[in-house]
Design a protein around this ligand. Structure first.
Ligand SMILES: [Zn+2]
Length: 477
């Protein structure tokens, strides 16, 4: 029971660290008493860690520089070197978690010891929540050299870690600025859960191939909602929400908060609760999650004080990242720590699904499934469900756009009034009632009228008089 150092930390590294600590203890004992160590058997439940050490111990050839790139080389070389000096110490593999199927008392001694060791390791993790301080300089004797990134000693996946640093430096800077994060918020995001969710998510229903672009656009708030499309096409695309038909600018936040999404919100809540149950999630974490999502949707403050002190670190951490980011998969690492603590307190068997990044990533994916559904729902409202409905909506859009064009008529020169426009939009629709006629008119004149209005706006900014203003009397004739 105790800390293991080095990054990335996985069970392989933790097991080799455990092996090293007991072997070093025996070795120092032998040195101190100046006698040879008695027969000792060390058992470890990670087979590849045991195999690797034994291969190194029995190897006759010298070590090559490339050998040092093996995962956890620093611990492996130290274990194998000291094992050679302790001839009576043997290292064997024992199957882990044997108490799953057999009562503890009936297990052989080594299996019992393994179960107890696992419990102790779990207890340590629960106390420290993966947050114990790392040494400033970690160099196990005989290692020769270490790779250090941002003050952390990298003991495996060297190439990938170096690439990641190079690739992610700019994007981290960008995210910090975009979300007004400080350094602490940035590093408290559970990026492993985020990455897992991104690589495993696919649209639950894929009616169109464009769905594959949904996630990156959604995560960076670049879905083509009214606000964004109207920005580069202001006269041709309405910036208002198509669902609630109110004069609210439709951005991605409104897409989720729209009052027309109540059924959608209820479905998401149900789906999350049932997924949490399947994953043996701490009921208080479920409450915090649901409360947080819905407070954000309702634009009300999160009632932090209604939760016990054990959860305040989580609440503070997620608040510094932003509650909205629960929708975007940027969860605090504290979620996982609380879940792990809950499982260990109740002695629930840990699996790769009920805790760790995989646990959070599954919940994130449920949220994304529903955000995708909200997007499809919004697209139906904007573009229609069947051919007839689509035509109806397109006709209404074309009329709305034409009305906008008519509003810009005073900016155009007088002779164009007669050539381009009818007496009024209503007269226009009576003369050219069909969708294809309206669209043809928009294609012919829309861009020119938009360009004229832009030019006029620029002139106004420069203090020049507009055509309508100059010829107001003429225009009124
Ligand atoms: Zn709306």
């Amino acid at each position: 029971m105790g800390p293991a150092f080095g990054q990335p930390m996985d069970s392989y590294r933790a097991e080799t660290y455990g092996q090293l600590s007991i072997i070093m203890f025996l070795f120092l004992l032998q040195q101190y008493f100046e006698t040879s160590c008695p027969r000792v058997q060390i058992a470890c439940d990670n087979q590849s860690a045991v195999d690797r050490v034994l291969i190194l111990r029995d190897s006759k050839r010298p070590q090559f520089p490339n050998d040092t790139l093996q995962p956890s080389w620093d611990t492996l070389q130290a274990i194998s070197r000291h094992l050679r000096l302790l001839p009576k110490v043997t290292l064997i593999w024992v199957k882990g978690h044997q108490d799953k199927n057999t009562p503890f008392a009936k297990l052989p001694v080594l299996a019992q010891l393994n179960v107890r060791a696992d419990k102790l390791a779990g207890k340590f993790q629960h106390i420290w929540h993966h947050t114990y301080p790392q040494p400033l300089f970690l160099m196990i004797e005989g290692t020769g050299c270490n790779l250090m990134i941002d003050g952390e000693t990298i003991t495996s996946k060297h190439y990938k870690n170096l690439l990641d640093v190079r690739r992610t430096a700019n994007i981290k800077q960008y995210l910090k600025k975009k979300f007004s994060w400080n350094h602490l918020s940035m590093i408290s995001v559970d990026w492993r859960a985020y990455n897992l969710a991104v690589s495993n998510w696919s649209p639950p229903t894929a009616p169109e191939s464009r769905s594959s672009t949904f996630l990156p656009k959604f995560l960076h708030r670049w879905l083509p909602v009214g606000k964004h499309v109207a920005r580069y096409n202001p006269n041709m695309y309405s910036s208002f929400c198509p669902s609630c038909s109110s004069n609210i600018i439709e951005d991605q936040t409104h897409m989720l908060r729209c009052p027309c999404r109540t059924t959608w919100q209820r479905d998401m809540k149900q789906a999350l609760i049932s997924k949490c149950e399947k994953l043996a999630t701490d009921p208080i974490l479920v409450r915090i999650l649901i409360e947080a999502l819905f407070c954000w949707l309702r634009q009300s403050p999160f009632p932090a004080t209604t939760f016990s002190a054990n959860y305040q670190a989580l609440i503070a951490s997620q608040e510094s990242i932003g509650w909205e980011h629960l929708f975007y998969g940027r969860w605090s690492t504290e979620w996982d720590s609380c879940q792990l603590g809950y499982l260990q307190d109740r002695e629930v068997t840990l699996s790769h699904k009920n805790n760790g990044p995989a646990w959070a990533s599954q919940l994130i994916r449920v949220i994304w499934d529903h955000c995708h559904a909200a997007w499809l729902e919004r697209n139906l409202a904007r573009h229609g469900a069947d051919a007839e409905h689509r035509k109806e909506i397109a006709l209404a859009h074309a009329k709305e756009k034409i009305r906008t064009m008519y509003a810009l008529r005073p900016l155009c020169r007088l002779q164009r009034h007669r050539r381009w426009f009818h007496a009024s939009p209503e007269a226009h629709f009576a003369i050219e009632p069909h969708l294809h006629q309206l669209q043809a008119w928009l294609r012919t004149y829309g861009e020119m009228i938009t360009a004229i209005s832009r030019r006029q706006q620029r002139m106004n900014q420069q203090g020049q008089m507009g055509i309508a203003e100059a010829f107001e009397r003429l225009y009124n004739l």
